[in-house]
Unconditional design. Sequence first.
Length: 392
Amino acid sequence: MNNMHNVWAKRFEHYIGEVMKYMRFVFTGHIAIVLVFIAGAGGYQYSEWLKVVPTDFPAEWIIAIMIGALLAFSRPVTLIKEPDQVYLLPLESQMPGYFKKAMNWTFWSQVLVPVALCIIAIPLLKAVTELSAAEIWMNVLFIAILKWFNVRGEFYYRYVNRGHSIGLDRVVRIVISILAIQMMLTNGLIGIVFLIMLGFYNFTLQKRTQNNPVPYEHFIRLEQNRMMSFYRFANYFTDVPHLKGSVKRRAWLDIAYKAISFKKENTQAFLIYRTFIRTDDHFYLWVRLTVISAIIAMFITIPFVTWIVVGALAFATTLQLKYALMSAGDFRMDMLYPIPKDTRKQAVAKLLRQLSIVQAIIVTLCAVMQPQFYIIPVVIIGVSELTIRMSK
């Protein structure tokens, strides 16, 4: 058992170090400013809405559906690696101790989001229900316990069934979790009945794990996919060396190439356009940041906050795409031709200006019902232009 403790401790230390290495590039100054303004604007609009929310608003069901569905997605963090299916095989009898620590970390790393949502919903519950403060905080504790059961339920199901039909397992736990939360909010302790049902469901799955070998292949694949998702996310903010981005043609965007005339001096422009359109990392980075900016502009009614947020996202979009498109690999075919060095820089700048205009149009159309929406394109295009000129 002590061996498994040491194995988990070393892997956990390496995992945290790997995550922190990239997260420092994610939560930079401009992202922190954006998050602060989004939280402030969202909190202000939430408090204003609570003043006019009708007393018959179905808060219990909405909270139960949102949090219940979130609780059911409890993918285990096992930190299992590919060599383990060989080197840990002789220690398989000690693996329950290892997996116990894995489930504990999975719980603590995932419980904060549903608990935070429940805490955010407290003012709404006070406005439309007759629940006391003690009853509301009891529900916060109940949700944490429900998450504990969901984490173990998904782990045991994956262990027994090697991950097959995991969607069916999640549907079962979603239904039980939603009903448990709704009953706790409306009928008090009756929700504990559903908690007992989930506990019995976990108990039956746990008993079945005793007669099954450790599904190393499934946990290895699950862990690889989980880390790859994190690396793709981090790659939007910094370069991840061992991440290989996928490429897709996107024939519906071939029309963009027609805007480039067939001339020698446009060689780099054609290459840059094709790189952006066909590389998933570059293309989806622009799409995601544009969608986030559009959604914020659509729902935030405070002009000053909207300008700051869309400006920060325009800065992030332009800066990250510029670094990504300007980064040179070991070898490119265009290096064989006598093309001036500044041609690539000019082509990147041209593409970024066009992308900022498209982003400004999309965000402005989404904010057309908001006050002073016509300032938004000026902010986006202006910030993008300054970023192009002032960044290295």
